[in-house]
Ligand binder design. Structure first.
Ligand code: C5P
Length: 205
């Protein structure tokens, strides 16, 4: 079974996708991490994330970069959303994601364009979302717990800017794919959101 989980930043899609992978015993790929690695590699090598050729060159990032905790930072998320605008970057990462989708037994992937572009054949498609306020508050608590110096205002502004970029780009924008089920996690606790997602996938099967 292939399960596609799409949605905006800090909607809870990663938590849900990981829980689904554990529940259904499927391998899991966080595709945002690939874009974050490209963004960070671009920054580390002095490239301009807004230039397609610099962003494309950064697609040859070393594998070890995927384990760098810095990839989880807001800064890396911002770079990721800038490099992900360029169609050649999306093409460069396509085959790698397809190889994950087509492995025997299936997989769970989360991202922005899983149901629409990467795995349109997925049996279960979920779109996980939440209000900007709820997402900013969660991200703020996560960052504060990691001891990062952040403010709720800065996080809200960053989320709103990233949402806008992800939704308005021409190539593979963030959309609710046809046939996807929307789960709004704004008022749900972690366990409730996971239970709703498992029930939704069971209903697709
Ligand atoms: O999900 P995450 O916040 O880690 O993604 C970081 C950025 O990478 C997103 O804001 C988006 O611009 C980009 N992305 C994408 N397509 C995906 C996954 C992430 O464009 N499938």
């Amino acid at each position: 079974m292939i399960i596609a989980v799409d949605g905006p930043t800090a909607s809870g899609k990663g938590t849900i996708a990981r829980a689904l992978a554990a529940h259904f015993s499927l391998p899991y790929l966080d595709t945002g991490l690939l874009y974050r690695a490209v963004g960070r590699q671009c920054a580390l090598t002095g490239g301009d994330p807004d230039k397609a050729e610099d962003a494309l060159a950064a697609c040859a990032f070393p594998e070890a970069l995927l384990d760098d905790p810095e990839l989880r930072s807001e800064e890396s998320g911002g770079y990721a959303s800038r490099v992900s605008i360029h169609p050649p970057v999306r093409e460069a990462l396509y085959e790698r994601q397809r190889a994950f989708v087509t492995q025997p037994g299936g997989a769970v992937l989360d991202g922005r364009d899983i149901a629409s572009v990467i795995a349109p054949e997925a049996e279960a498609k979920l779109f996980v979302t939440a209000s900007v306020e709820a997402r900013a508050q969660r991200r703020f608590e996560e960052m504060a717990a990691q001891g990062r110096a952040v403010t709720l205002e800065a996080i809200s502004a960053d989320l709103a800017a990233r949402d806008e970029r992800d939704r308005s780009r021409k190539d593979a924008p963030l959309v609710v794919a046809e046939g996807a089920l929307v789960i709004d996690t704004s008022a749900l606790r972690r366990e409730e959101a996971i239970a709703a997602a498992i029930a939704a996938v069971d209903a697709f099967a």
